[in-house]
Ligand binder design. Structure first.
Ligand code: PLP
Length: 399
């Protein structure tokens, strides 16, 4: 994003996220090239900003909704029910009833299938639904693991052989096992496994309406980027093999972070600067409170015994998921600790890093602030001012 534009915006806003439509467009184009012919669903939970939803849906993406509220948001943004898929554990009856005929519900357990069937039977209605499956394979070819998500593959097949639901018909499958994978071969292998599962499903129960392969698609963080050419070549082969046999099945891929992570920048102002016993502190507006994850990442790294602890998505992606930028290249370099203005010692985002010299009134940018950022931040701690969310449209307007 143009740094002068950000400096201009910062004259009028204190702490803010800015989402860049051009970048979102590029990321969507890359996904479409990679998964040509498949439907791409935008995972609303990573960033439900209205501008972002419009940017995704106006480019032909459907919605992966993780709550009844997200189904509502997708409908409000103008999406048709046939392109909204609602998958989450623990749906209440109220959730289910509020979305009937407004999306495809993906049941997260067999008891949920029965409950949906009962609710439909009471209303004398029918619906085609999906089932989320915990498959007999893992993402990394280790043994399959118990999961709070989905119903075990064998149990689903058993259920479908022996329990006919009259009103809820299982017509599609959904699998999602992992987030933030940047190894293209691992993702390609996973897609193959899901398509083999879909093949077994088709053999026994007929051609599914849809096969939703979930996400896993990793954003570029700290220098590791997914090889989209490699992934695209593998997907072309495995998807088209499946499509030849099952031309009317919709193949779907979900993505949140890949689309919007790199398109978001967080901007804070320097509110104060001080030296304590030789250490220089730069105090920023709204860090832990308005963008939680950088402070959380530092905290996890501080207490981790490993220099490279495994990610725990979406709260923690690794030590170097965010870059701190002081956009003043002509100034001398200084070693500083970036802290926030909330009254807790945990509100520190970077310790002893080198940046161009900062003064009160300057700005600091944090990269990769487009996904799991504003939505995962307290934003109401200690009556601090809430960070704003700004959408920079392709035409250059702030919305
Ligand atoms: C959160 C989630 C996604 C989105 O994951 P990203 O890593 O942001 O692409 C996709 N599918 C399901 C089922 C999810 O829970």
């Amino acid at each position: 994003m143009d740094i002068n534009r950000i400096k201009a915006i910062a004259r009028e806003h204190e702490s803010f996220y800015v989402y860049d439509e051009n970048r979102i467009e590029n990321n969507i184009s890359a996904l479409k090239r990679c998964f040509a012919g498949a439907d791409i669903l935008y995972s609303i939970k990573c960033n439900p900003n209205k501008g972002v939803l419009k940017a995704a849906f106006s480019r032909g993406l459907g919605a992966d909704a993780a709550s009844a509220g997200e189904v509502e948001a997708a409908l409000d943004a103008g999406l048709e029910p046939e392109n909204i898929f609602y998958s989450s554990p623990g749906k209440t009856d109220e959730d289910i009833l509020s979305v009937l005929r407004r999306c495809t519900i993906i049941a997260d357990s067999l008891s949920e299938v029965r409950r949906i069937d009962e609710l439909l039977t009471e209303r004398n209605e029918r619906a085609d639904i999906g089932i989320r499956i915990n498959p007999n394979f893992s993402f990394d070819s280790s043994a399959p693991a118990p999961s709070k998500f989905g119903a075990d593959e064998n149990a689903v097949f058993d259920f479908m052989r022996h329990n006919a639901c009259n009103h809820a018909r299982i017509k599609g499958i959904h699998v999602h096992l992992k987030s933030q994978e940047t190894n293209a071969e691992a993702l390609a292998g996973y897609h193959k496994n899901v398509l083999n599962l879909a093949e077994r499903f088709a053999d026994e129960f007929g051609e599914p309406d849809f096969v939703n392969m979930g996400s896993g698609i990793g954003a570029s963080l700290g220098g590791s980027a997914l090889d989209m050419d490699l992934l695209g070549a593998a997907a072309k082969e495995s998807f088209s093999r499946f499509r030849q046999k099952h031309p009317s099945t919709r193949l779907m891929v979900e993505s949140g972070r890949y689309i919007v992570c790199s398109a978001g920048t967080y901007v804070a102002h320097v509110a104060d600067k001080k030296v304590s016993l030789g250490k220089t502190y730069v105090i920023l507006t709204g860090t832990l409170n308005a963008f939680l994850r950088p402070a959380l990442a530092r905290l996890i790294m501080k207490y981790s015994i490993s220099a490279n602890p495994a990610g725990s998505e979406p709260l923690f992606s690794g030590a170097d998921a965010f870059e701190f930028i002081a956009p003043y290249d002509d100034r001398p370099i200084e070693t500083v600790t970036l802290a926030g203005n909330v009254c807790t010692a945990c509100d520190i985002v970077a310790e002893d890093i080198e940046l161009p010299r900062l003064e009160r009134g300057d700005i600091v940018l944090i990269s990769n602030a487009g996904s799991y950022a504003a939505v995962l931040s307290p934003n109401q701690f200690s009556f601090q001012r809430k960070a704003e969310e700004l959408f920079l449209s392709k035409s250059g307007n702030i919305e």
